[in-house]
Design a protein around this ligand. Structure first.
Ligand SMILES: [Zn+2]
Ligand SMILES: [Zn+2]
Length: 372
């Protein structure tokens, strides 16, 4: 079969930047050496590019998980061009197609079903005919956004201005133009590229699936470190409208922390979160599914299956009681309608329901661990 035609611009861009980062940068480090100003500037530029993609392109524009002040949107638009990952409009069109047709080798632009290399970079190197070009029909909302469209129209100019202009300016300030062009220019770009590409490749191959196994996306704490929190990709694929990817306080999700902090400053608002109950239900459902598969191999399978089903039903009932009451409590607190004596009664019931759910959760956890 004939190979798809090569996209030479992309091949050359990736080849040249990779060669400079792999050979030029270490050679310069050994012969001349980088100072603290180059190292610091590279880290800051890397963070700026990364956050523009994760908080801007991904969670704001592709998924609309929150609203952002125009000031922040301008910053994302410029940072996204600096990251050299195509315009926000194009990126979001690809990404929405990825979510809609995930793992479908014909329709998902970077389907993990085609292997690591294809989903990491290969999809950008050839004009693959099998992949349906989404056009921008799935981004009509973004076509009404002036900042997104301004960036789209001026994309080429912006990429050149940022990728040469920013390191050059920093080099003039620090007095080391070559060093800055190599570090904050090329090395930053190559690292930034691969950190993002890992989300399409490794985050669909390596890690756990606590919420769904209906697609290949995985949760991976190690990848979260490199991807500004996007490593919790299993959660993200099932709950894509949530502005968070790592939902637990200890999960590394600086993109979430940034969006939340910006909300206190009035730069972001309407941060969307999926109801806690739905998340807990999805997790319990996956645990049940796995326990059933494991129990089926055992001699007393029938009996164990009954026990599992029974405990699962009980867990769901406890969840419903607890989350319903919690919702009411929050609502009443908001409107301050509840009389004092009612509030006491309410709180007591809330405490009881919480305890019931926790007990059942512990019980359930022991059960599914025994059957895993
Ligand atoms: Zn996404
Ligand atoms: Zn994905």
């Amino acid at each position: 079969m004939k190979q798809a035609p090569i996209i030479w611009t992309n091949v050359l861009l990736f080849s040249i930047t990779t060669l400079v980062a792999a050979i030029g940068v270490p050679w310069y480090a050994l012969t001349v050496g980088f100072g603290w100003s180059e190292i610091l500037a590279t880290i800051i530029c890397l963070g700026y590019c990364g956050m523009s993609i994760t908080a801007g392109y991904h969670r704001l524009w592709a998924h609309k998980t929150y609203d952002a002040h125009p000031f922040l949107q301008w910053a994302y638009a410029i940072g996204g061009a600096f990251a050299l990952q195509n315009s926000a409009l194009h990126w979001s069109a690809d990404h929405r197609a990825h979510h809609r047709h995930v793992d479908n080798n014909d329709k998902d632009p970077y389907s993990a079903g085609r292997g690591f290399w294809y989903s990491h970079m290969g999809w950008m190197l050839r004009d693959y005919p099998g992949v349906e070009k989404p056009g921008y029909n799935n981004c009509r909302d973004l076509q009404k956004n002036n900042i997104v469209m301004w960036q789209h129209r001026n994309y080429l100019l912006l990429t050149i201005a940022t990728n040469f202009g920013i390191p050059l300016l920093l080099g003039i300030i620090s007095g080391n133009i070559i060093g800055m062009l190599l570090s904050a220019g090329v090395l930053r770009l190559v690292l930034s590229h691969h950190f993002t590409f890992f989300i399409n490749s490794l985050a669909h191959i390596w890690g756990k699936q606590p919420y769904t196994d209906q697609n290949s996306a995985r949760d991976n704490g190690v990848l979260a470190f490199l991807t500004y929190g996007e490593g919790y990709h299993n959660f993200h694929h099932i709950f894509e409208s949530d502005y968070r990817n790592g939902i637990k306080w200890y999960q590394f999700d600086p993109t979430k922390w940034f969006i939340k902090t910006a909300s206190w400053l009035g730069l972001t608002r309407n941060l969307r979160v999926v109801p806690e109950e739905r998340i807990a239900q999805a997790k319990a459902k996956m645990q049940l599914q796995r326990a059933i598969a494991s129990v089926k191999q055992r001699p007393n399978a029938e009996q164990l299956l009954q026990l599992l089903e029974h405990e699962y039903e009980l867990l769901l009932a406890r969840m419903q009681d607890y989350y319903q009451l919690k919702k009411q409590l929050l609502l009443q607190r908001k409107h301050q309608l509840v009389a004092q004596y009612q509030a006491v009664d309410f709180k007591q019931r809330y405490g009881e329901f919480k305890q019931h759910l926790q007990l059942q959760q512990q019980h359930w956890q022991r059960l599914v661990t025994a059957f895993s």
